[in-house]
Design a protein around this ligand. Structure first.
Ligand SMILES: C[S@@+](CC[C@H](N)C(=O)[O-])C[C@H]1O[C@@H](n2cnc3c(N)ncnc32)[C@H](O)[C@@H]1O
Length: 382
């Protein structure tokens, strides 16, 4: 493991604005012609958007065949929940819920019981059916339950316009992106959808303070390398806890440095580890000490007790489970935040093992892809 000291000049300030004179992580050779890049990227993005939309439409058709519309008499009445699948991750949610699944429409999964699934982006925990013979009746029924509602439109339902009119008639609910550090909204936020022309499915209680579980932040597009920093912003905001100034954090799989950038910006001391270098603007930060090496080789005895253990390493979730258990069992950290990254298959057995760790919680963040985020606090062990 190579240990590098930071030059003294780099210790003089905390987070600093992006230095355009600094070498970028992957510099373009001077001879490379940049002229085609600006026009090529929008076309590439457009194609990606189209591919994504086509895949989503395919998935909707497949699910609609597998789960035909239930007759009203067969709709669940009691002890059920609505679990919202993240975009593109319906299968892991259905696999996790297993026999609890009652029916599926769009991204909404009606499931027996109210226990939130880790793969659900938002869970409607108190759903009920409300008559919606007119828009006015629907709005009165919803506002009699509570003030704040956000609609979830079912694609291909044919009722989108009617639902939009209902949303417009409900009291306004602000939805501006959060600045990191602001607390998540605390007011209850209900969710509803127009299931049929004259039938609402509505829940005044949901598990996320954000509409459809989508936590949007005012992004920093200049300082952090990449967008992985948004995962930590979201995890910290939902959890309401993050490192305090001076706390010691170990960041495994830190390159190019988005998480390290967040932690250093909070004033924590960061010991980052990766087989690759950090982006220069992060490596220069005064409270960051980066090592080149494998996170598998770092044991608690090498660093002593730390406040926070982070891992965003690309590794089998089973391997990550061994590492996390080792640190927790050695009482070598007070908090853990890590990402379980799945390959083609979702390893639900390992997810359950993580979820069973006392003091821990497993959830799919809005920013997660085929991943789950595990958050653990020693103080939460009952
Ligand atoms: C998704 S990236 C991490 C992004 C990072 N959290 C950020 O915010 O910029 C995954 C990183 O894991 C690193 N990695 C994979 N296997 C590793 C290992 N055994 N030890 C340390 N780092 C590893 C990769 O080099 C890669 O930089």
């Amino acid at each position: 493991m190579q240990h590098r000291r930071l030059p003294p000049a780099a210790r003089s300030s905390r987070l600093r604005p992006h230095d355009p004179s600094a070498a970028p992580a992957r510099a373009r050779p001077e001879s490379a012609a940049p002229a085609q890049v600006p026009s090529a990227q929008p076309e590439w993005r457009k194609q990606r958007r189209e591919r994504r939309a086509a895949a989503q439409a395919d998935e909707r058709r497949r699910l609609a065949q597998r789960w035909p519309l239930l007759p009203r008499a067969a709709l669940p009445r009691d002890d059920f929940s609505v679990q919202l699948a993240p975009h593109g991750y319906m299968e892991p949610l259905l696999e996790e819920l297993g026999p609890r699944v009652i029916t599926v429409r769009g991204r909404l999964v009606l499931a027996a019981g109210t226990e939130p699934a880790a793969w659900a982006q938002n869970v409607w925990t108190a759903p009920r059916w409300l008559e919606a013979v007119s828009i006015g009746q629907a709005v009165r029924a919803l506002t009699a339950l509570q003030r704040n509602w956000r609609g979830h439109a079912l694609p291909d339902s044919g009722h989108q316009r009617r639902q939009t009119l209902m949303e417009a008639a409900l009291p306004h609910v602000g939805a501006r992106p959060l600045s990191f550090g602001e607390p998540a909204p605390t007011a209850p936020l209900g969710a509803f959808t127009l299931w049929e022309h004259d039938l609402l499915l509505a829940s005044p209680v949901t598990t996320s303070p954000f509409a459809d579980g989508e936590a949007h932040f005012a992004e920093n597009r200049t300082d952090p390398p990449g967008r992985a920093y948004l995962k930590l912003w979201e995890a910290f905001t939902l959890d309401g806890r993050w490192p305090r100034p001076g706390e010691l954090c170990v960041d495994l799989g830190a390159s190019p440095g988005g998480w390290t950038w967040v932690l250093a910006g909070l004033g924590a001391r960061v010991f980052s580890l990766d087989k690759a270098e950090l982006a220069p603007q992060v490596g220069r930060l005064p409270n960051v000490n980066h090592c080149l090496g494998s996170g598998f080789g770092l044991e608690p005895r090498h660093v002593g007790r730390v406040d926070w253990l982070f891992s965003d390493m690309i590794c089998y979730p089973e391997r990550l489970l061994q590492i996390v258990r080792q640190w927790i069992e050695a009482r070598a950290c007070a908090h853990v935040v890590c990402t379980l990254k799945f390959q083609a298959e979702t390893d639900h057995a390992v997810s359950r093992a993580f979820a069973a760790i006392p003091g821990g919680r497993l959830r799919h963040l809005f920013c997660n892809k085929h991943e789950l985020t595990f958050i653990w606090h020693e103080a939460d062990i009952i």
